[in-house]
Design a binder for this molecule. Structure first.
Ligand SMILES: *Cc1c(COP(=O)(O)O)cnc(C)c1O
Length: 220
């Protein structure tokens, strides 16, 4: 199936209100343009250099989401292009993102990445850390950042009950954060990839991040 057909199929399967992030990492801009021509407007990249080199080659109404681990020295590189950073995994990174956004008079949305998976290599706040930070006011008074929700990845496993438990933990943590932050802008739950998005949607995802099911396998 073509990229266009893959997108159209996904759009018929996703419930209303769930937005599709086309994860285009490792794919050349021609393939992104094909997705754009099929109507896709939200793209996700996980490497700063790649985002900064692709974005200027593509239409300006694309909403670029950064979804990878973000090193502090790369924040400046993506700031002119990213509309959302989904992968805020520390208070220090959040402060830096706010500062760099202010520097170029940019306003940026961010999601708080939650670590719920078994793998230690995955980054993010633990649920205790993020709730503590919220209660301490770490997510208030940011001039150039809107905290729009949470993002998470489940454990890489075929055990869908495990995945479901992790997504449910993300959902319940989101609800607790929502009551602490009391912000009308805190609305998004980004979870679900090619192999587990139906489970994510069942547990409240508002954004799904899908690469392989749109563009095919990546060549690393
Ligand atoms: C690569 C990636 C995805 C998409 O994965 P697929 O299995 O190709 O759909 C989603 N989220 C993040 C954070 C990724 O790095």
């Amino acid at each position: 199936m073509s990229i266009t057909q893959n997108i159209q199929k996904l759009l018929t399967q996703l419930p209303q209100g769930v937005k599709l992030v086309a994860v285009s990492k490792f794919h050349p801009v021609e393939r992104l343009q094909e997705a754009y021509d099929a109507g896709q407007r939200i793209f996700g990249e996980n490497r700063a250099q790649e985002l900064a080199s692709k974005a200027p080659q593509l239409p300006t109404d694309i909403e670029w989401h950064f979804i990878g681990h973000l090193q502090k020295n790369k924040v400046r590189m993506i700031m002119p292009w990213a509309s959302t950073i989904q992968s805020i995994d520390s208070e220090e990174l959040l402060q830096l993102v706010n500062k760099e956004a202010a520097r170029i008079d940019h306003h940026i949305k961010v999601l708080l990445q939650l670590h719920v998976a078994k793998e230690q290599t995955k980054s993010g706040f633990t649920t205790e850390e993020v709730l503590q930070a919220a209660r301490n006011g770490a997510f208030h008074d940011l001039s150039n950042v809107t905290i729009a929700g949470v993002m998470a990845m489940a454990t890489f496993t075929t055990d869908m009950e495990q995945v479901a438990r992790e997504f449910e933990l993300v959902h319940s943590t989101f609800l607790t954060l929502q009551s602490i932050l009391n912000s009308p802008h805190f609305t998004e739950i980004s979870m679900g990839m090619s192999d587990d998005w139906p489970v994510a949607v069942k547990h409240g995802a508002t954004l799904v991040r899908i690469g392989t099911d749109i563009f095919g396998a990546r060549e690393y």
